[in-house]
Design a binder for this molecule. Structure first.
Ligand SMILES: [Ca+2]
Ligand SMILES: [Ca+2]
Ligand SMILES: [Ca+2]
Length: 206
């Protein structure tokens, strides 16, 4: 490296300067300094392998993330499109997905009243619970506990929303072999169909 003509005596004591720079930018840096300072590239190297790998890995994850996001958004749009089409065709009902897509509400077109809400909290495209409403009050609840598409439990409520009856299919044959209900005076009874023929052979108070 030369200091120029102003202090020629210093030329002897100025030592070469070693500059380490990323190979990607080395050529442009070299062109920049070569005009003023005699320079040479003595060695080149690439970025450490792990760094390059990490960059590729990050890029891969970024692209994969974007792809998944795109697919999910497409599915959501399809779901909204589908339900909008269904709403426009349906005679009595209007359908509406919740923002996070885990709840489908149905409204009566004429009165605007809420008719039912179906829940798919685990996003497996099966409603595990259906609530039926009348005049703003939940009157019935259907529950598919094992998510096989059949409701094992049906609950009935009074006008104040209190549970008055619970029908249960305890062995998955679609017969409700247990009915628990509560009278207005608070007494509780249980109907039992132990031989699974669909007719209750026993009533017991609880
Ligand atoms: Ca579900
Ligand atoms: Ca079920
Ligand atoms: Ca029976």
């Amino acid at each position: 490296m030369e200091t120029g003509g102003l202090f020629p005596s210093l030329e002897a004591i100025v030592k070469p300067v070693k500059v380490i720079i990323d190979e990607v930018h080395s050529r442009s840096f070299f062109r920049l300094v070569e005009k003023d300072i005699p320079s040479e590239i003595v060695a080149t190297t690439t970025l450490p392998e792990y760094s390059s790998h990490r960059k590729k890995s990050f890029r891969g994850w970024y692209i994969a993330g974007l792809s998944v996001f795109g697919i999910v958004m497409s599915l959501l749009c399809l779901r909204y499109y589908d339900i909008t089409q269904k709403s426009s065709r349906d005679k009595n009902f209007r359908y509406e997905w919740s923002v996070n897509n885990d709840k489908l509400s149905v409204y009566h077109k004429q009165t605007g009243e809420l008719v039912s809400i179906s829940y798919d909290k685990n996003y497996d495209y099966n409603f595990e619970k259906l609530e039926v409403y009348f005049q703003g009050v939940r009157m019935e609840e259907f529950i598919d506990e094992n998510e096989d598409g059949w409701f094992e439990v049906i609950k009935l409520f009074d006008k104040k929303g209190n549970l008055v009856s619970k029908n249960s299919d305890t062995n998955g044959d679609s017969l409700h072999d247990r009915i628990e209900f509560t009278l207005e005076n608070g007494e509780k009874y249980l109907f039992v169909d132990n031989n699974q023929n669909g007719i209750y052979e026993r009533i017991q108070s609880k």
